[in-house]
Design a protein around this ligand. Sequence first.
Ligand SMILES: Cc1cc2nc3c(=O)[nH]c(=O)nc-3n(C[C@H](O)[C@H](O)[C@H](O)COP(=O)(O)OP(=O)(O)OC[C@H]3O[C@@H](n4cnc5c(N)ncnc54)[C@H](O)[C@@H]3O)c2cc1C
Length: 505
Amino acid sequence: MIWGKGAQLVPSKNKGTKERVTDKKKAVVVGGGLAGFASAAVMAERGVEVVILEKNHYLGGRAGAWTERLEDGTPFEMERGFHAFFRQYYNLRRFLKRIDPGLHNLLPLEDYPLFGPKGDPESFSGLPKHIPWNVLELIHRTPRMSFLDMMKVNKTRALQMFGYDPQQTYARYDNMTAKDYLDSLGFPPDARDMLFNVFAHSFFNPEDKFSAADLLMMFHFYFIGNPEGLIFDVLEEPFSTSLWQPLRRYVEDRGVRILTERTVTSVEMTSEESFRVHLENSNEPVEGDLCVLSVDVPALKSIMEKSPDLTGSPSFKASIDSLDVTLPFAVWRLWTDRPPSPKRAPFAGTTNLGYLDNISIYERFEGESRRWSLETGGSVVELHGYAVPEGASEEEIKSDLKANMELIYPEMRGVEILEDRFILAQDCPSFGPRMASLRPTIETPVTGLALAGDFVRLPFPSALMERAVASGFMAANNVMEPWNIRPEPIYSIPPKGFLSWLPTP
Ligand SMILES: Cc1cc2nc3c(=O)[nH]c(=O)nc-3n(C[C@H](O)[C@H](O)[C@H](O)COP(=O)(O)OP(=O)(O)OC[C@H]3O[C@@H](n4cnc5c(N)ncnc54)[C@H](O)[C@@H]3O)c2cc1C
């Protein structure tokens, strides 16, 4: 199924009807990740002349990809890391249908086991899609969770997971950390790890610096309120060939100019109420009538600081200042001389296993790695660690990731690592406590200027890649609104939990 029954159209005040702009209009999109491409596509489809300015030599930002060579000269497509495309990413899927109408590039991953330190994995496959059966079945599958344990759970608190409400949940729980909320539920520690850590960590934020309200939103978005079930798809060829090259072609066919290796430093308003975008090491700014800032958090803060014309109002400045990045993440891709046991799933999550958060075996789902594996008998394994402490060295992280992989996949002890690539970066947004009320939306006080990216606040539950694309669509709708242009429709899962009428304790 490529289109879930649960998609709901998000009501919009933008009632524009015109299919295309009539006068020549130019837009500058700063940042060539998913958010930037989504906004560029929507504007270009409606006749706006768009230029994308991207700092890197490759496209895609945190979902980006580029070509490298193994030591023997074999070219391969490297990317920022494994990504799961969930079925309720309605806006992302509609975006991908522009380049792949049947979504044939997406391969369902049927099983998705989760390993704890005690070894016995829990599987998310075949869970019922609907409440309460999905929750009951998940708890039933959770080892070390007895009926007596269930009776001891703080039910008033636990029911908040079923009662997500965009206002009430944030009003009551944004002051609390995810850790304090989860501790207050009273689950036995092992069951707590198995049931909740994976949700907490998948936002890259550590539990003790993650807002309980954002955790509850995530729980609603990925599980309780998600009509598509807790399953996801993956790209069956590298991100470069199956995503970024076709997306580049798609937007270029609609007149978009893509300029890579262009770092934007500041944006100025000219007397004609348009934008002049300044670039590092260049005296030739890029001009436009519209501007979408779809960069990561550190870049947005830096650009805004150097662009007094954009500050607009003290409250907007405060909202930009409030943004931050969370702890670093590590991605370690290994080319090994032999594969893990055939019984291993293509992707497995882990909980409470040092820095290790998940293991992917690339040749089990991705063509390029499969071809290399068939040729050599080796394996392409990728290990991820999220919310790694600042200051942890590459050596320490690698040795922790390897030791924990070997703990749950003992057959990997003694494999020869033929080649590896390691990425340690810190550019994922923080969703810390007390940040939600200040978090910027796509709207800005400056006409023609909008923000997009996975850091913005949206009026419906959403996360990560889906939030990047939805915000990109909305930013484009927002800046084109004065010209009565038909907005791109935006979809969401049900915005509230089915128990949202319950009082919020
Ligand atoms: C290891 C890893 C695994 C992930 N797994 C998943 C997953 O399984 N599922 C999921 O949904 N999400 C996942 N994510 C998150 C997902 O990648 C992001 O949410 C999404 O890609 C964000 O897109 P964006 O366009 O908002 O930001 P970005 O991708 O960060 O794009 C911002 C762009 O702006 C550019 N830029 C920055 N500064 C400047 C400047 N001054 N001038 C010009 N350009 C600039 C950057 O180079 C970048 O290309 C993962 C992320 C990582 C890192």
